[in-house]
Design a protein around this ligand. Structure first.
Ligand code: SF4
Length: 412
């Protein structure tokens, strides 16, 4: 039997797809192309945006003989809309049980918990879930309804898994969770301590993490980011809106002053850090003035990257009860305006790197060009076929808004 997985979602979904792949491969399934597979699994997230149309479009392109399975963070309403198109709709949180449904896989009994299911991984990058679920109930987001409340994974297990991966040659470790900053928030060892413990693992590797919540971003975490040499100088800190009234409506318990203060501290303690953020445009009640406040924040903070989403109501959420007051056309216009700001600030930041020598991890090497990511998670292209999965140093010779060109100097 063969399988193919299509993922529509974030890094948590990507990581879940690798875990599904691991289970299926352990059970004798072979990976195949979308066209040739027997089982096609769509692992989708419908909690913050509409993927139903994309899924429908994909199903229409597929041949009828396949067994179709839908999983992921899919809302009840979307499941109901899609159920006729799928053979099975299965809960991602019950990963260990649902594969049995697919193929009566009795052999696997040791992986009895969501966190225990391993992922199929491709070097040099490995994603490690450290917590799942969320207690924050942002008014636009359905994660707490789909993934449930926060659950942290024991530190010992995380350390063991990362240590094993480092021994196998993985070089880039992503610690994942819906809100990593609230990892073990009522326990002994919270996220900054976990970061330090992962940093203490012997070996040559980088540590990244996502997602963070500004309300939980502590001084201690900034200290650890600074003192732990393997923690990279990259941070995604979702702002969502630059207007205090809209932040309140979003149930995001921080204001723009607090956010700016945190960013100021981070920039001071970790000079040259790459900053990215998430923004929602067109949230209910977002007036022109409120939108301009967000635009001003982007201009002031000068992000390197922003993931800009147009608001769409998600069932069960509080925001879904509010009037979706901004038209689609206006949402598009606002998203475009922010992208223009971002392009300028990112270009300026990247140009500032010209002439500097930076480390990067080679991802892909073909036809005389190597593509990788810098420590600050910027894409860099370097002439020459360098070995994939290794660290190198390069001098930056050219910059665009979302990429750098470098000249190879030496092994990292
Ligand atoms: S912090 Fe807010 S946006 Fe993030 S997963 Fe939790 S509820 Fe959703």
């Amino acid at each position: 039997m063969t399988y193919h997985i299509i993922t529509y979602g974030c890094q948590m979904n990507e990581n879940d797809s690798r875990r599904i792949a691991h289970l299926l491969q352990r059970s004798g399934f072979k990976k195949a192309s979308e066209k040739k597979c027997d089982f096609l699994i769509m692992n989708a997230c419908s909690v913050r945006g509409r993927v139903v149309d994309r899924i429908r479009g994909k199903i229409n392109q597929l041949s009828k003989e396949k067994t179709l399975i839908l999983t992921g963070c899919v809302l009840e309403k979307d499941r109901n809309e899609l159920k006729k198109s799928f053979d099975y709709i299965l809960d991602i949180e019950n990963l260990t049980r649902w594969h049995k449904k697919v193929a009566e896989l009795e052999k696997i009994t040791d992986e009895s918990d969501y966190f225990q299911v391993k992922a199929e991984r491709e070097k040099p990058t490995a994603y490690i879930p450290i917590m799942t679920g969320c207690d924050n109930f942002c008014s636009y987001c359905a994660v707490p309804y789909v993934r449930g409340r926060e659950r942290s994974r024991p530190e010992k297990e995380i350390i063991e898994e990362v240590s094993g991966l480092i021994k196998r040659g993985f070089k880039e470790i992503w610690l994942l969770g819906q809100n990593v900053n609230s990892y073990n928030k009522n326990g002994k060892s919270a996220f900054p301590d976990l970061l330090e413990s992962v940093n203490n693992i012997r070996g040559d590797f980088w540590i990244r993490f996502t997602s963070s919540h500004p309300k939980d971003f502590s001084d201690k975490l900034i200290e650890k980011m600074k003192s732990c040499e393997k923690v990279t100088n990259y941070l995604n800190l979702p702002l969502q809106s630059g207007d205090d009234e809209i932040l309140k409506r979003m149930n995001r318990p921080y204001d723009t002053e607090k956010y700016k203060k945190t960013i100021k501290k981070i920039k001071k303690e970790i000079p040259g850090i790459t900053l990215s953020t998430d923004i929602i445009v067109g949230f209910p009640g977002e007036t022109k003035k409120a939108f301009l406040n967000t635009k001003k924040m982007l201009e002031e903070i000068k992000f390197d990257m922003a993931y800009i989403a147009r608001y769409s109501p998600r069932p069960h959420t509080k925001a879904a009860q509010l009037k979706d007051s901004v038209t689609d056309k206006e949402k598009k216009k606002r998203a475009k305006e922010l992208t223009e700001v971002l392009k300028k600030t990112a270009l300026k930041n990247n140009r500032g790197k010209i002439g500097k020598r930076i480390s990067f991890l080679a991802y892909k090497s073909e036809k005389g060009t190597t593509t990788g990511k810098t420590e600050g998670y910027k894409t860099i292209k370097v002439e020459g076929d360098l070995k994939e999965g290794k660290f190198y140093r390069a001098e930056v010779i050219k910059a665009s808004s979302f990429g750098l060109k470098g000249k190879f100097i030496k092994n990292g």
